[in-house]
Design a protein around this ligand. Structure first.
Ligand code: PMP
Length: 429
């Protein structure tokens, strides 16, 4: 397999782009080698500029849940394009997508569309503060909530990949109201409440996907919600990754928990830049123009993005692929564990719906510290063997693999074979 054209583009990109990428997670920083440059994608597959074809388990880090260029989505976008790209005024499709989203989340009467997951969360946090009149927010180590200043501490995703504890350029003042707790550890949340009486709420990924997949244990979320209610603090659930992916009603539907504020992104835009935050009326009425919390956006509710979101969610609801996802994830899990055992590689696999990933550790992974015990060098070897065997994975031990409903049984067989070959390569290190 050759990567000559990607390599050439990488060197060219280094001149005017930082590290030749527009998001550090694309940089192959922890697996070595140069990033792949993509030419096109269709269904379950993605093709690089050298003509190499891969089964895509990155899926743009989640949005492409139907696979690439689903005909219905493509048709809706093409139709929308004919009417214009942006108006700075309202359109009927914003109301349509808002209804689909609010119907999916019982705790959401109103929603506001923004342009990314980062914007969704920073607005959700501002809203929690506006509603409660309190400043402090608790976040969990290893959870990633976008690149807003106040939450760039002990964060997962690219920061975990690059081993960064936080970000330069974030002033101390911006994080002084951020408290860190341990995932799956309610006592670590309670300890903060014993010390502080100005906590607005707790934000979390209901199923973490940014330290690898880490699943909430037992009734962690339910107990957290009950505790927060007793303290008059809000539960802010960041479903940017899990929304419409774990279930149509997100991880909340599967786990039986209702957020006070829900943040969304990725799947709701079907591959276009859309984020959203929503809550019940009494909370959302604090947002301008109804209330005094200001948040705005020139391109928010963009007509092309709304058309992509509506068609993606409508098709997703029709397909209802959640059982299929569970079955495929179980097959991949079995394949990973069987090959690991066969070749004597220490491995733990976590999965939740259509999110799955292996950790190269013997530890049971329930939090960031345990995830960090993984052998990232083994992951790097595994990653490149998977590439050579035609499977595109996120280039980091600390990112989830995503499944699309476009996966065929042939694709699944190919993934299994790739896993076996790659695990054998790891055992020979
Ligand atoms: N929250 C979570 C849970 C995420 O996974 C991400 C992105 N991976 C974000 C927020 C930020 O979203 P975006 O990259 O669209 O700004």
């Amino acid at each position: 397999m050759e990567f000559k054209k990607s390599h050439k583009l990488y060197n060219k990109g280094l001149v005017n782009l930082v590290g030749a990428v527009n998001s550090p997670v694309r940089a192959f920083a922890s697996v070595g080698g140069n990033p792949l440059f993509i030419e096109k994608a269709k269904g379950s597959k993605i093709k690089d500029v050298d003509g190499n074809s891969f089964i895509d388990l990155v899926l743009s880090y989640g949005p492409m849940i139907l696979g690439h260029r689903h005909p219905k989505v493509q048709k809706a976008i093409t139709k929308a394009l004919k009417n214009g790209y942006s108006f700075g005024a309202s359109t009927a499709n914003e109301i349509k997508l808002a209804k689909i989203v609010c119907d999916a989340f019982p705790g959401m009467d109103k929603v506001r569309f923004v342009n990314s997951g980062t914007e969704a969360v920073l607005s959700g946090i501002r809203l929690a503060r506006a509603y409660t009149g309190k400043d402090k927010i608790i976040k969990f180590a290893g959870c990633y909530h976008g690149h807003q200043d106040s939450l760039l501490v002990a964060a997962g995703s690219g920061l975990a990949t690059l081993s960064l504890p936080g970000s330069k350029g974030v002033p101390e003042g911006a994080v002084k109201n951020t408290l860190i707790a341990n995932y799956n550890d309610l006592d670590s949340v309670k300890a903060h409440f014993e010390k502080h009486d100005d906590i607005a709420g707790v934000i979390l990924e209901p199923v973490a996907g940014n330290m690898g997949v880490v699943i909430p244990q037992d009734d962690f979320l339910k107990e957290l919600k009950a505790f927060l209610e007793s303290k008059g603090a809000l539960l802010i659930v960041d479903e940017v990754m899990t929304g419409f992916r774990s279930k149509f009603g997100g991880a909340q539907e599967l786990l039986g928990v209702e957020a006070d504020i829900t943040c969304l992104g990725k799947v709701i835009g079907g591959g276009f830049p859309v984020g959203a935050y929503g809550a019940r009326n009494e909370i959302m009425e604090n947002v301008a123009p109804l209330g005094g919390m200001y948040q705005a956006g020139t391109l928010s509710g963009n007509p092309i993005a709304m058309a992509a979101g509506i068609s993606t969610l409508t098709e997703l609801k029709k397909q209802n692929p959640y059982e299929f996802f569970d079955k495929v994830a179980a097959i991949i899990e079995r394949s990973l564990l069987t090959s690991a055992q066969k070749y004597g590689v220490e491995l733990t696999v976590n999965r939740f719906g259509s999110m799955i990933n292996p950790f190269f550790t013997s530890k049971h992974v329930t939090n960031f510290e345990e995830a960090q015990s993984s052998d990232t060098k083994k992951f790097a070897v595994f990653f490149w063997e998977m590439i050579k065997n035609g499977v595109f994975l996120p280039p980091s031990q600390f990112e989830a693999w995503f499944l699309s409903s476009a996966l065929s049984s042939k694709d699944i067989e190919k993934i299994k074979k790739a896993i076996d070959n790659s695990m054998e390569a790891v055992s020979k290190m």
